[in-house]
Unconditional design. Structure first.
Length: 179
């Protein structure tokens, strides 16, 4: 599988340290509060699994499945809700957990949608931040590692559905997505 990889951008060690640090901050900030963590599938599943186990307060966990990229390497700009949460978030604090914020269109859409359901707050935690392509002005409260404008896979991120299971964040060889 690693034959499609140009190079490793972020090591597993660095990702583990980041999950630990963010988990500690989230545990402190939401202590004594009703928190619902919403993982955004599919990409968010690995980071959420790491992060959730570093959170030391009781939380509700739920999932939404949304897609804007499909099989393409470019965002379609249209956010499709494939699966919604089944938790009532009214009167609760919400934290959305994503693998990456790129254009910001996915998170912008999700925040606006969830705010219509009466939560006490809606905040964002993203493992990776690619600011160069930003189109929507989204506030990321728990911001992860900033990355350059490269097509990355692994740690939940895919290209055409593949490579999510690579443990590190890796730069995909151009010939793979240019063909
Ligand atoms: C990717 C990624 C984020 C989103 C970020 O999801 O996992 O959810 O795009 O891009 P944006 O900031 O430009 O909106 P994708 O649509 O590929 O679905 P997936 O998580 O199922 O791979
Ligand atoms: Mn995603
Ligand atoms: Mg994707």
């Amino acid at each position: 599988m690693m034959e499609v990889i140009e190079r490793v951008l972020i090591s597993k060690g660095e990702l583990d340290r980041q999950a630990e640090e963010l988990g500690r901050r989230i545990s402190e900030d939401y202590a004594g509060k009703e928190l619902v963590i919403i993982g955004v599938l599919k990409g968010g599943f690995i980071f959420l699994a790491d992060l959730a186990r570093k959170i030391t307060i009781p939380v509700d966990l739920d999932f939404m499945s949304v897609s804007s990229y499909g099989d393409s390497s470019k965002s379609s700009g249209v956010v499709k809700i494939i699966k919604d949460v089944d938790t009532n978030i009214g009167g609760k604090h919400v934290l959305i957990v994503e693998d990456i914020i790129d254009t910001g269109l996915t998170l912008n859409h999700l925040v606006e949608l969830l705010k219509t359901r009466g939560p006490l707050s809606v905040k964002i935690c993203a493992a990776l931040d690619k600011p160069s392509k930003r189109k929507a002005n989204v506030q990321v409260d728990y911001k992860g590692i900033e990355i350059p404008d490269e097509f990355v896979v692994g740690y939940g991120l895919d290209y055409a559905g593949k490579y999510r299971n690579i443990p590190e964040v890796c730069i995909l060889k151009k010939e793979i997505y240019m063909k």
